[in-house]
Design a binder for this molecule. Structure first.
Ligand code: ZN
Ligand code: ZN
Length: 418
């Protein structure tokens, strides 16, 4: 069994005495094969807490893990408990813990940094060189009934938050991280490429930060429709000012002549696509009455090459563009949020001329979970609307299939319902 956080291998009496039910878990046995079965109860550590997990969200990286049998280039070599978006109730605390008590409601921060590598020492724990990430190959996940973690990785939750909402907090922490990375500020204009959970949550964070204009793009009409109905708890009106349904960019020109004075023979498909992206961007900007030559910020949350091109085309000179979650797509028509490892086309000249800052992002940084909890507690972000399906732990396979279908936005598993 892979480990997450382990200093001692002896279970303290406080846990043994609880006489807990078997630790039913969602186990990835191999590529596309899930078994719901008991796994060993995690050992409560002296600096840790034992959590009765109540709800867990399923996200694109879990799905990728399931479909491809590994994530981030690391294959699954032994049965792995999946999941990393969980919350629950504290049922035991380690002997050194003073911050938590039995009965506390907590979120589980899934990324355990090593605290020793150069990146951790530089304060960038999200890109720790030796991170233990729940549900990633090598680190046990939280799609189980009982999960143990260091107490400082379990921020407290307000009573007002339902368990289902608590199971969607981790993506909101990522939305907060995107806001920081993109340097989102009040009165900015923003384009979001991709209206899956991360795109929607990024919009909600931008809205809570008093964005001036939020435009969404997606290729999937159902996702566009959903995004149009995502209502702000602050204003009671839609969060997106407008959501455009977009098509793939053309790969050949209508006319035989190349644009920009090029001979058509000198052109590659990137020139053709980027010119089309520029034309479309101009139309969208005109419809939205954007005064500058483009938007202040772009967040690419789809993983699709064409969306990246449109994102650069619609960005104004000096804009910041943040690219999130780009991973191999197991099937080309899969839900947004997963892309290919590489793109073939990058609009180098446009990025140079416009002086666009293109930034990648990995997960979230240490302040993001508490910030996410504040956003929900203060009623500035509503996660409830995003939850479209809730299933018991025993139906984990159905949950993964539902995420794979692209029909659902946020799928939540109730870990105690087995
Ligand atoms: Zn996730
Ligand atoms: Zn580290």
């Amino acid at each position: 069994m892979s480990r997450y956080h382990q200093l001692t291998t002896e279970q303290p009496a406080s846990v043994v005495d609880l006489n807990l039910a078997p630790n039913t878990s969602c186990v990835l046995v191999k590529k596309q094969t899930i078994e719901v079965r008991p796994t060993p109860l995690p050992i409560l550590q002296p600096d840790g807490i034992l959590v009765k997990v109540m709800a867990s969200g399923i996200c694109g990286s879990d799905l990728h893990n399931y479909l491809a049998g590994g994530v981030g280039g690391r294959p699954v070599t032994e049965p792995l408990v999946m999941g990393h978006e969980s919350s629950g109730e504290v049922i035991a605390v380690g002997e050194f813990v003073t911050t938590h008590k039995v009965g506390d409601r907590v979120a589980i921060e899934p990324g355990l940094p090593c605290r020793r590598c150069a990146n951790c020492k530089a304060g960038r724990m999200n890109i720790c060189l030796d991170v233990k990430y729940c549900g990633a190959p090598g680190s046990v996940g939280s799609l189980m009934r009982y999960f143990a973690l260091p107490a400082d990785m379990a921020p407290h939750l307000p009573e007002s938050l339902s368990w289902e909402e608590a199971g969607s907090l981790q993506p909101l922490a990522i939305g907060v991280a995107i806001g920081i990375r993109a340097d989102l500020r009040a009165h900015q204009t923003l384009a979001i490429m991709g209206c899956g959970p991360i795109g929607l949550i990024t919009a909600a964070v931008a809205h809570a930060n008093s964005a001036k204009l939020i435009i969404g793009f997606d290729i999937n009409p159902k996702r566009c429709e959903f995004a149009r109905k995502y209502i702000s708890p602050i204003t009671g009106r839609p969060i997106f000012d407008r959501v455009f349904q977009v098509d793939s960019l053309p790969t050949t020109r209508k006319s035989a002549n190349g644009a920009n004075g090029h001979d058509a023979h000198d052109e590659n498909v990137g020139d053709v696509k980027y010119d089309a992206a520029k034309e479309r961007a101009k139309e969208y900007l005109a419809i939205m009455n954007v005064e500058a030559d483009g938007v202040d910020r772009v967040v690419e949350a789809s993983g699709a090459e064409d969306a990246g091109l449109l994102g650069i085309a619609i960005a104004k000179q000096g804009a910041t563009s943040v690219v999130t979650f780009t991973m191999l797509t197991p099937s080309p028509d899969l839900a947004v949020g997963l892309g290919h490892h590489q793109t073939n086309i990058f609009p180098t000249l446009a990025v140079t001329n416009k002086e666009i800052d293109v930034k990648g992002i990995t997960r979230y940084t240490s302040t993001c979970f508490p910030n996410a909890i504040d956003l929900v507690r203060r009623g500035q972000v509503d996660l409830k609307q995003l939850i479209t399906l809730v299933l018991p732990l025993t139906e984990s396979k159905r949950a993964f299939d539902a995420v794979a279908s692209g029909e659902e936005i946020k799928v939540i598993i109730k870990n105690q319902e087995c």
